[in-house]
Design a protein around this ligand. Structure first.
Ligand SMILES: O=C[C@H](O)[C@H](O)[C@H](O)COP(=O)(O)O
Length: 222
């Protein structure tokens, strides 16, 4: 069974009545593009944080709009590495979290899509937290991270971001409290964003052996 495909096809239903849509990156999102292609709706205005998703959309005949031209989306859909029961998510894999966070912040609803394996009680340290850093701050940012979290390990990625910035993977043996982790990284001068999406997602659509589930953030009803 292809659970990402099942979740993606279910997630499409949330589009009904909404027209300004953002799409993230990854396998689940690629199934959403396929599903959108089958039920083509020309009234959608589409944005994406991902060059791969952009190519998929354009190959399928959709127009992809410039992010700089928009300030509000109806819904932003994206995959993740993991998310917890409060819908805090790690989106470290692709290194495009700054653009993903921008679109998620613009959206009235931010919906995570994936298979059941993404859902954990508490985020696990098998993924790093990644920060996007302006090149001139590369030493300073590492020093600051080290001062705040002396036991973490850091590795600068070789690839640059679409904004020509650098990415640092930060590995923990154990995560500090997520609110502290979130604000401490955000407050370092020269750091744009981290790959921890703390308190941002509204819903998650996941599929697995036990069927399809929509998990809503506590206190959120659309
Ligand atoms: O880390 C986050 C990435 O941006 C993707 O959202 C994530 O890797 C997608 O996962 P999948 O390919 O399992 O849908």
């Amino acid at each position: 069974m292809n659970f990402k495909k099942i979740a993606a096809e279910a997630a499409i239903r949330f589009i009904e009545g909404n027209t300004i849509i953002g799409l993230g990156d990854g396998a689940a999102i690629s199934y959403m593009v396929k599903a959108l292609t089958v039920n083509k709706n020309n009234s959608l205005t589409l944005f994406t944080s991902s060059f791969s998703t952009k190519k998929l959309l354009e190959d399928a005949g959709f127009t992809v709009n410039e992010i700089s031209a928009v300030s509000a989306l109806d819904i932003y859909f994206d995959g993740c590495d993991q998310f917890d029961k409060n819908l805090n998510a790690l989106k470290s894999g692709s290194g495009i979290h700054t653009t993903e966070k921008l679109l998620a912040s613009m959206a009235g609803q931010f919906i995570l899509v994936g298979d059941e394996s993404k859902y954990v009680d508490a985020l696990q340290t098998k993924y790093p937290v990644v920060i996007e850093v302006i090149p001139d701050a590369i030493q300073f940012a590492q020093e600051q991270v080290h001062k705040i979290f002396p036991f973490c390990k850091m590795q600068v990625r070789e690839s640059k971001t679409r904004y020509s910035n650098l990415l640092i993977d930060i590995w923990f043996d154990e995560f500090p409290g997520l609110p502290i982790l979130n604000s401490a990284l955000k407050n370092i001068t020269g750091v744009l964003e981290s790959s921890l999406f703390y308190n941002m997602a509204h819903k998650a659509v996941i599929a697995g052996e036990n069927g399809l589930r929509v998990i809503e953030k506590q206190g959120y009803s659309s």
